[in-house]
Design a protein around this ligand. Structure first.
Ligand code: SF4
Length: 228
């Protein structure tokens, strides 16, 4: 059934090509199938922090400003004054906290460069990331999946909302438990996990909203709360 839900969403919304990254010579992230080099992977890592508690639209502005100021670079993030960095990423909200988080992750990457992270086993890597200030399970898993292209399922508020309405969990189900549902029922494949999460975000934003549009939903026949 988990695979069937994926197929229905995929048919409805098409290929999502996450995570958006900025092509060479440009300053705006585009959906082109994820990062292809370490600079783009670093942009995804910064983006995963900037997107906490805000919409991607606000993050795009902050990423673009980081590019304009040549700050997709750990050494430069560590050098720049925290208040100046906070001003540059203001559009992403919680900018003082996020400036500190960017500095923490940049410091972490000095010790564990992307090449080193890429070679680690996923469980070990996840535990390391969770020790970094400001990185929780959703951010850690977004970094592992979308920056490092290792198969781990990202759970977010949309996933919980949709799957609780479908009858697979409730609002109190914890992150790891819900993640297990996907890990146990899907082939561990980076592309499937990447597309599935992106499709759930699309569905949660447009159809299974706080006030759901069940009459337009491709999952209506499978859903315990359709039309309620
Ligand atoms: S039928 Fe309604 S509640 Fe169920 S998944 Fe679709 S939009 Fe959400």
């Amino acid at each position: 059934m988990i695979k069937r839900i994926y197929n229905l969403l995929s048919k409805a919304y098409g290929v999502q090509d996450w995570w958006p990254v900025t092509p060479p010579g440009q300053t705006q992230p585009r959906y082109t199938g994820g990062p292809r080099n370490n600079r783009e992977k670093l942009e995804v890592i910064f983006g995963a922090i900037l997107t906490q508690n805000t919409s991607w639209k606000n993050v795009e502005k902050a990423i673009s400003t980081l590019h304009t100021n040549d700050l997709i670079d750990c050494e430069k993030i560590l050098k720049i004054r925290k208040d100046k960095l906070a001003r540059l990423i203001k559009s992403s909200g919680y900018f003082n906290q996020k400036a500190l988080k960017l500095k923490s992750v940049a410091q972490f990457l000095q010790e564990y460069p992307i090449l080193k992270l890429q070679k680690m086993r996923t469980a070990y890597l996840r535990n390391l990331l969770l020790e970094v200030k400001g990185i929780g399970p959703e951010t850690a898993d977004s970094i592992i999946l979308y920056a490092l292209k290792k198969p781990i399922f990202v759970i977010d508020a949309y996933t919980k909302r949709i799957f609780s309405r479908l009858g697979y969990c409730n609002q109190n189900t914890d992150y790891d438990e819900l993640q297990k549902l996907f890990h146990q029922n899907l082939k561990k494949n980076y592309l499937i996990f990447s597309e599935y999460h992106a499709l759930l975000v699309e569905h949660g934003k447009n159809i299974c909203k706080k006030k759901p549009l069940c009459q337009d939903c491709v999952l209506e026949n499978l859903c315990k709360q359709a039309g309620l």
